[in-house]
Design a protein around this ligand. Structure first.
Ligand SMILES: Nc1nc2c(c(=O)[nH]1)N[C@H]1C(S)=C(S)[C@@H](COP(=O)(O)OP(=O)(O)OC[C@H]3O[C@@H](n4cnc5c(=O)[nH]c(N)nc54)[C@H](O)[C@@H]3O)O[C@H]1N2
Ligand SMILES: Nc1nc2c(c(=O)[nH]1)N[C@H]1C(S)=C(S)[C@@H](COP(=O)(O)OP(=O)(O)OC[C@H]3O[C@@H](n4cnc5c(=O)[nH]c(N)nc54)[C@H](O)[C@@H]3O)O[C@H]1N2
Ligand code: SF4
Ligand SMILES: [Mo]
Length: 891
């Protein structure tokens, strides 16, 4: 940190790319954030979410003081209460009657003390993390093949590869800066890119070959690839012989499973010629990187999917070499750090598991913790089942929103409601904080110090550049205070995150002797100053100085007893649940470009909301026709577990029979749109990761009698509506409303939203012929404070000008007032359409107009409108709009 100039180097709190961010405070106190040109992950670039970080620092919904039973309390009282309830449950029912559910949003230091408290001192391993929903299959796959959870490669490999295969990864939206690094390399050196995803994603829109695979068929595909590599003489026999075990069994099963190309293509529902092309590309390119994420992990057979991919890399010796390797990209900012400390219930600490008593004894001695847990604990889905069944009586949730993000989320909410004692540490109010008996306000990004580890094992500092608001405190300090009150003061007397980090580093090296690659021994003696100045470095780190490690396993040396990697024979199984007459559509869930998870932070930023303002379910045209659904209809989706509602979008990007729903909308942003409510709590038997990418659903049309829009400064959670969803806009919110009542009843219902305002401030107009209703609320300065429009479906007037009036806060002219009542804009406001470029706020219609006027490349659009010239996250969408324009022009 350069304290003189007021520039603080920190790390983005969103995805696992782990981009460096500079936070600069000007002399007048204003804060500016930008990409850190010196950070090796991003070299100064940020994506749309990273670029908007400055807009998330407001105090919207921030928790500012502890609460007990919904009432403000002092820290002392709250901490005493947590410690005494946990201690008393443990005394009465034993340590396994309590649980922690933590998160990859936590910093390594927070994570370390939470894990140490539960496993070392409470003596139970019932601490699990949202990484169970995210990375568990990759962890299990790495451990089976390599003996340890290690990602062998570096980001540079994306740039050095000749072929990059993206499997179940919408990299363009979910790891955008890394994706842009790949795209620059592709422009410079012609890297071939293959995308394996059932959907035509933004990532698939820009590749050499897209394989729209049948959901869940990845094991079959990679078994087919392994068989092809063997049959075509593309194996690295030397690497196999010197560094691996089990090849013969794996190839035998793969060949039998895959069968002929025609059989294989039918199983994967792919064109045999495209499949062959992929196999040939893979066979021909020694420099191949295979990137994978949730399309692989979030599956009932996710671990097998991971190993099917690893088998192909081991068989070709393409591992840990420049431009070659399997690459599991991590989701959350500190998914990797959580794995390092042992945050998963089936790991103990520092990459030591529960398999060997010697390892457990070693940690027990290091921590001086005779009461250490000796068995794995409950994994997330089991943990919440135990809460629901009353076996877990006290639960502490930190930095995650399981009421929305867990599968079968309705049941999770019921479990939380029934639990005797629930503690939640969060930075804002969420759907989960509603269930808290004790609510603890945590310091947020920018307000706390610590470290995170990104997908390439690189540890970076998050540094504080703001004071925590109100009484908010960093998680590590909260956890240590509770531990002290439970009588474990000696082991939790940490005064700083640096002190915790030193202990974490020392544990990683303790009695290690080269057995575990995760080793931060070189950092165990870091001074406070050196910790403050710590530059981003990849582990293993054996020396205090130096650049950190490079690639691993290029010349074998796997952390298994014999130093060899394991081939794992795997057989195709497919998804756990099948579609049938009652639930005929396979629902896939995942991410949108500009929202982060349950929208607790990104949902409040207008320019991030504009890209996807409503919960939308994507359907293939033929499915929509079969289900009698039209574009923009409100759909009801139901699975065996629950139901949600979302708008219909009809798109050829979906496979026939599949639908896609984003995972982001919670009860804070829509009436009932949480994807987790539909998802099945069915898990991979090895990793415990739930199958979030596949659940059979039924989709029907809600016969809406009316629709409405409320444009307002108020932050509301409306009740009594069949449908509402909201999106942040400049100066307030836009609420979409709808109901199945006849439209006059709908008007009455919607009109109630205006009850808080005195009649004198209302302008109202009911059009009996329509019938439609329009109203506006005028503030003391004569500006529009709120506007409500209600009409029959398809009859709502345009609202762009009302949104502009809300933002302007200017007093209304007489013309504006007349226009408010007539429902017609006083002057024609050109509609920008859905926002595509979040950085410069450029909409679909503007890009289409520029394309029609002759801008026929992404570069030309950039020159004309600036769209796509900053973070680049929208470049593939711009390309798609240009292509559509070309088709339309040709017709
Ligand atoms: N914008 C944004 N970025 C994020 C996040 C966010 O919330 N928003 N979250 C971060 C986190 S925590 C994570 S874990 C990552 C996730 O990053 P990704 O894994 O890239 O994201 P998802 O959209 O969950 O899923 C990826 C793709 O898997 C595909 N898929 C579904 N089923 C299958 C299948 O059977 N086989 C194959 N091959 N593909 C399939 C889906 O169609 C989807 O396009 O993103 C991180 N980055
Ligand atoms: N259907 C479906 N469900 C999914 C997925 C899917 O693809 N489909 N993906 C899964 C995956 S991969 C993931 S990672 C999860 C994510 O799911 P969640 O973990 O539930 O998502 P977030 O919204 O990131 O929740 C993080 C919470 O931590 C809070 N927070 C942020 N910083 C801090 C901090 O420093 N301290 C504390 N105490 N709190 C903090 C935020 O305000 C927020 O409420 O969702 C999973 N659920
Ligand atoms: S790619 Fe975007 S979200 Fe991910 S770390 Fe970088 S700036 Fe943050
Ligand atoms: Mo994740």
């Amino acid at each position: 940190m350069d304290s003189n100039s007021g520039v603080v180097q920190t790390t983005c709190p969103y995805c696992g790319v782990g981009c460096g961010v500079l936070a600069e405070t000007a002399p007048d106190g204003t804060l500016a954030l930008r990409g850190d040109p010196d950070h090796p992950a991003n070299h100064g670039k940020l994506c749309s979410k990273g670029s908007a970080l400055g807009e998330t620092l407001g105090l919207h919904h921030r928790l500012l003081e502890p609460m007990i039973g919904g009432r403000p309390a002092r820290w002392d009282a709250a901490l005493d209460r947590v410690a005494s309830e946990f201690s008393s449950v443990i005394a009465r029912h034993g340590p396994d009657a309590v649980g922690f559910y933590v998160s990859g949003q936590l910093l390594t230091e927070d994570y370390y003390v939470a894990n140490k408290l539960m496993k070392g001192f409470i003596g139970s391993a019932n601490i699990d993390t949202n990484s169970r929903l995210c990375m568990a299959s990759s962890v299990a796959g790495h451990k089976r093949a390599f003996g340890e959870d290690v990602v062998p490669g570096l980001y540079e490999d994306f740039e050095l590869a000749d072929l990059v295969v993206l499997v179940g990864s919408n990299t363009a939206w979910c790891h955008p800066v890394l994706y842009q690094r790949l795209m620059s390399a592709r422009r410079e050196r012609g890297t071939r890119v293959v995308v394996i995803d059932p959907r035509t994603t933004a990532t698939a829109a820009e590749c050499d070959l897209h394989l729209p695979i049948r959901p869940g068929a990845d094991v079959l595909l990679f078994n087919g690839l392994l068989a092809h590599l063997a049959a075509s003489g593309s194996l690295d026999r030397d690497y196999i012989a010197r560094h691996t075990e089990g090849f013969e069994e794996a190839i035998a099963l793969a060949a039998a499973d895959a069968g002929s190309l025609v059989h294989l293509a039918a199983g994967c529902d792919l064109d045999p010629a495209a499949l062959r092309l992929f196999f040939e590309l893979f066979a021909a390119n020694a420099r191949t990187v295979t990137v994978y994420s949730q399309g692989v992990n979030q599956s009932a057979h996710g671990t097998d999917k991971v190993n099917a991919i690893l088998n192909c890399h081991l068989a070709t010796g393409r591992i840990g070499k420049p431009g070659a390797g399997p690459f599991s990209v991590t989701g959350q900012p500190n998914a990797m750090g959580g794995r390092e400390v042992g945050g998963l219930a089936n790991q103990l600490a520092a990459h030591i598991g529960f398999e060997h008593p010697a390892g457990i004894d070693s940690v027990s001695r290091f921590w001086n913790a005779p009461n250490i847990a000796r068995q794995p604990g409950l994994k997330a889905v089991e943990l919440f089942e135990a809460v629901g069944a009353g076996r877990i009586k006290a639960l502490w949730i930190m930095g995650t929103n399981p009421a929305v993000s867990m599968p079968d989320a309705g049941k999770v909410r019921a479990a939380l409601r029934s639990c005797d004692f629930v503690v939640v540490s969060d930075v804002v109010a969420t759907d989960t904080t509603r269930f808290a008996d004790v609510l603890l306000p945590a310091a947020a990004w920018g307000e706390k110090d610590g470290t995170v580890t990104n997908s390439e094992r690189r540890i970076s500092r998050q540094r504080r550049f703001l004071p925590p608001p109100g009484a908010a405190r960093p998680d590590w300090a909260i956890i240590c205070d509770v531990a002290c009150r439970m009588g474990f003061g000696d082991a939790f007397a940490f005064r700083s995150p640096a002190e915790i980090f030193r202990e974490h580093a020392a544990l990683s090296a303790f009695e290690n002797e080269g057995r575990r690659r995760f080793d931060l021994g070189g950092l165990a003696g870091l001074t406070e100053d050196a910790y403050d100045a710590l530059a981003p470095r990849s582990w293993p780190i054996h020396h205090a100085d130096g650049a950190g490690a490079g690639r691993l396993f290029g010349d074998g040396g796997f952390p298994t007893p014999d130093g060899r990697a394991r081939f794992i024979p795997v057989r195709h199984e497919g998804p756990a649940l099948h579609v049938d007459d009652s639930y005929p559509i396979a629902l896939n869930t995942g991410r949108m470009r500009d929202q982060w998870h349950t929208m607790t932070r990104t949902g409040h930023v207008p320019r991030l909301a504009a890209h996807a303002p409503e919960p939308v379910v994507d359907l293939h045209p033929a499915d929509a026709a079969r289900l009698d659904l039209a574009e923009g209809d409100l759909a009801r989706l139901s699975s065996r577990y629950g139901f949600t509602r979302a708008r219909v979008r009809i798109t050829g990007d979906q496979r026939l029979g599949d639908a896609f729903l984003p995972m982001h909308w919670s009860g804070h942003f829509a009436a009932s749109a949480a994807a987790g409510t539909l998802s099945a709590p069915i898990t991979d038997p090895l990793s415990g990761q739930p199958e979030l990418k596949h659940v059979p659903v039924r989709i029907t049309r809600e016969a809406l009698g009316w629709i409405g829009v409320l444009i307002t400064r108020r932050d509301l959670r409306p009740t009594g509506f069949v449908y509402w969803s909201r999106a942040a806009t400049a100066g307030g919110w836009i609420y979409e409303l709808g109901g199945t009542e006849p439209s006059d009843q709908g008007t009455l219902l919607a009109r109630k939203l205006l009850d808080p305002f005195p009649r004198a401030r209302l302008l109202e107009y009911t059009d009996r012929r329509g019938p439609s209703f329009r109203a506006a609320v005028i503030d003391d300065e004569g500006a529009m404070e709120e506007a409500l429009l209600v009409a029959a479906p398809g009859r709502l007037p345009g609202r762009d000008w009302l949104v502009a009036l809300l933002a302007s806060r200017a007093p209304l002219s007489p013309t504006d007032r007349r226009a408010l009542l007539s429902g017609l804009a006083p002057v024609a406001v050109p509609s920008t359409g859905r926002i595509v470029c979040a950085c410069f706020h450029i909409g679909q219609h503007q890009i289409a107009a520029a394309a029609a006027a002759g801008c026929n490349s992404v570069e030309a659009i950039g020159a004309a409108l600036r769209a796509g010239t900053n973070c680049g996250s929208c470049r593939s969408e711009i390309r798609a709009i240009i292509a559509t324009n070309r088709v339309e022009a040709a017709e």
